[in-house]
Structures are given as structure tokens and as C-alpha cells.
Design a protein around this ligand. Sequence first.
Ligand code: MG
Length: 173
Amino acid sequence: MAIKEKIVKEFNAQLQRELYSAYLYLAMAAYFETTGLKGFAHWMKNQAQEERLHADRFYDFIVSRGGVVELEAIEKPPTSWDSYLHAFEETLKHEESVTTFIHDLADISIAEKDHAAHSFLKYFIDEQVEEEDTVNDIIAKLKLVKDSAGGLFMLDTELGGRPEPTAIDGGPA
Ligand code: MG
């Protein structure tokens, strides 16, 4: 079934948003590199990599349906945050906005009767629940440790253990 232009346009917009997410988290990784919290930086770098894999999925879906990929400009992310906690609060805020966009895309897919697009989006609906949950956990821990050097060191070690994402983490092929 030929893909409708409206779906192509919305999917291209999401492709851009996934790439912006990657850019934002890479900027946060760079910020954490300057703080000595290498584990936090590692977590953010892997988060950025996962977002690039998400972008690949949207790219592949558009191409596989015979649509034309159109890359939009990517906004410059901030270079620093007020605190470690602030960076993760901004991460949560960003993920919540991505969730809203994914839900809007699902609504549009239903309205346009594009069941393939809707099926594709299911993975991302579930993925967003996981993203928000993970970031909420980190925020809760950061609030617990406050400025405790020992607590931050432990959290840094924990976040440093995040495995590198593989294609499977990017979503269904
Ligand atoms: Mg994503």
C-alpha cells in the first residue's frame, strides 16, 4: 500500500526529533566529561547511540514504504546544565515531549488508516514507557545522594556499566 504524503511528512519530522535527541544526549555526555563523572558521560553517549538507532528505524521505514526521506535541520543543543540533576530533569522533560509526539503519530496513523505505520509505532510507544521509567529512577537516586561524593561515585559506577546499544535496541527491523 502506497504511503500517504502526510505520513511521510510526520515520519520525517520524527526522524529529525530522534536525531535531535541524539544531539542533546551527546551534548550532555560532553558536559559530564568535564565534571569527572565518566560513568554519567558513558550513559549519555550510549543514550545518544540508541537515539541514532531509533532514527535509523524511521529512515528504514520511510524507505521501505517507498517514501522520500527528507532531513530537516537539527537545532544546536545547550552546552551545560545547572547541575547533574538538572541535566536528567531536562532529559525526562525531553522524553515526555517525545512520548507525546509518538502518541500523536499513532493517532495520525489510525486516522489515515495506515496499519503498517501504527504497528511500527507500537515498539516506540513501549520504548517511551521504559525511557521515562529509567530516567525517573536516575532522578530519584540523584535526589537521594544530593551532593554526597560517595553517593555520586557509586551512581557513576552504576551508570558506567550501561551496555552499548545494539541494533536490537533501536527497534524492530
Ligand atoms: Mg528515541
